[in-house]
Design a protein around this ligand. Structure first.
Ligand code: AMP
Ligand code: MG
Length: 402
């Protein structure tokens, strides 16, 4: 099955999580369920952009060095308090930056351009109407869009929503993702592997990927290659998750527990996807929750995550489904597979305006250490080599990529 077809199949089995009202402080990274408009003008009142004197522009229209205007100092605006009185004609009111402009005033003369003599404010130049004044609604008018539906809330969005007075917003909650590992050969890091055993690593890889994609991962454990134990673990995991991601055991080997437990069932189906690495994939629903069975090979699990699980997580989070590619230029020749999309670990090198992708890793899919030295996965389309200096697309693996 072509990669795009399998991704469509998977996405058809996933729905965005029901929006919930969430404290703004907890909504970072979540997608907004519906558009939010400004409930009032932003800023809500006209204020001074400078420390200075609020006055009527007409009173200083003819002011010059030779003929300074002398205005009566009629009071002082305090922060957070509406000025009790308007500025009288021929008067000036001291106002701090951000202080509310008193009625009658239409301009602010900065302190640097005025001096106080006795009880008067002396001004030696005109100040146009609106000068150093932030009008109400300058940023946003009441009813204008503060944040659009589907927006992934980041720092500036949260600041704007708080400025609009919202303490809570309706967002799609982060999907809880249960991670399961299968394999008799696996022991957790920290334990000493006996001969024939290896350290379990996919749960660490997958938890980090889920987190980076905005989900809430939890490790539902490691199960041996036994179908009954797997079904029990899967049922328990599905009970407290929105999605289950399992690695290993999806091939046709005699020990492959996912295949043995669900092969031939309707709930979870098995696919040969035209992807290398990552050909065997399983997808379905268990206890009403989407289930992904990724191949156990770490590089294949990563590829399956990037192309299928990640986009499904986006969709579940209320976001447009990825993967998000970056444009690059291939340093060397990348050999295509005749009938599979290849994902090849590459290093990214900035060469002036161009991002160059250099094969850094290996064709073998089980070498995590070499994968860890890569910055991205280059997509090599089926049946078409990528030649040196040819444009290509890559899926970044690191958040510190240039
Ligand atoms: P499988 O998909 O179960 O046939 O596993 C393919 C390869 O990936 C085997 O070499 C496994 O030992 C390895 N593998 C499976 N699961 C994990 C895991 N959680 N961590 C590290 N390696 C794994
Ligand atoms: Mg296995």
């Amino acid at each position: 099955m072509p990669v795009e077809q399998y991704r469509s199949l998977v996405l058809a089995g996933v729905r965005p999580a029901e929006p919930v009202r969430t404290l703004l402080a907890d909504a970072h990274g979540c997608a907004l369920a519906a558009q939010i408009t400004a409930p009032r003008d932003l800023p809500p009142f006209p204020s001074s952009a400078m420390d200075g004197f609020a006055l009527r522009s007409a009173d200083v229209a003819g002011a010059s060095h030779r003929t300074p205007a002398r205005l009566r100092l009629a009071g002082e605006v305090r922060m957070g308090v509406a000025p009790p009185d308007p500025v009288p004609p021929g008067g000036a009111v001291a106002v701090p930056t951000g202080g509310m402009l008193p009625d009658g005033a239409d301009t602010v003369v900065p302190v640097e351009l005025a001096r106080i003599e006795g009880g008067s404010v002396v001004v030696e130049a005109p100040s146009a109407p609106g000068r150093n004044v932030r009008p109400a609604g300058e940023d946003l008018r009441r009813g204008e869009v503060l944040a659009p539906a589907g927006r992934r809330l980041e720092a500036a969005d949260l600041g704007a929503l708080a400025a609009g007075g919202y303490a809570a917003v309706r967002v799609h909650p982060r999907p809880r993702v249960a991670i399961l590992s299968t394999g008799n050969e696996l022991v957790p890091p920290g334990a000493e592997p006996a001969s024939g055993q290896i350290h379990e690593s996919n749960s660490y890889l997958l938890r980090a990927l889920v987190q980076d994609a905005g989900g809430c991962p939890f490790y539902a454990g490691h199960v041996p290659d036994d179908p009954d134990t797997l079904v029990d673990a899967l049922t328990a995991a599905a009970a407290s998750a929105d999605m289950v991601v399992c690695s290993g055991g999806v091939s046709a080997g005699p020990d492959d527990p996912v295949k043995r437990a669900f092969g031939g069932s309707d709930a979870i189906r098995f696919f040969q996807v035209a992807l290398q690495p990552g050909r065997p994939q399983a997808f379905g629903s268990w206890c009403g929750k989407p289930f992904f069975g990724l191949p156990g090979n770490p590089m294949a699990a990563l590829a399956g995550f990037q192309l299928f699980v990640g986009p499904a997580l986006d969709l579940a989070s209320g976001l447009p489904p990825g993967p998000v590619y970056r444009q690059a230029v291939s340093e060397g020749r990348m050999e295509a597979s005749a009938d599979c999309v290849r994902l090849v670990p590459v290093r990214l090198i900035r060469r002036g305006p161009v991002l160059a992708a250099a094969a850094g890793g290996t064709r073998r899919s089980n070498q995590l250490a070499r994968l860890a030295a890569a910055d991205a996965l280059m997509e090599v389309p089926a049946g078409r080599d990528i030649f040196p200096d040819e444009p290509c697309r890559v899926i970044p693996l690191r958040t510190d990529n240039a």
